[in-house]
Design a protein. Structure first.
Length: 72
């Protein structure tokens, strides 16, 4: 029974160590690439909002131009 407990403890330690290594490697990758994914996602959302707002402006301008052209 103690052998199972020792193996379980060893596996837990190994799992924790591997998780720490993954975290460190991920941090190193981000520091090398210089890209913060959270910041980039925020920028993407902001640019999408700008795009949608500009699309509405263009639709409104198009409707106004159509109305002006059809006034005779």
């Amino acid at each position: 029974m103690s052998d199972i407990g020792n193996k379980t403890a060893t596996l837990k330690t190994s799992s924790t160590t591997q998780g720490n290594v993954v975290t460190q490697l991920s941090n190193q990758q981000q520091s090398i690439s210089g890209v913060n994914l959270d910041e980039e996602y925020g920028n993407l959302q902001r640019f999408q909002q700008y795009y949608l707002a500009n699309a509405q402006v263009l639709q409104t301008a198009n409707a106004i131009f159509d109305a002006l052209i059809n006034i005779r």
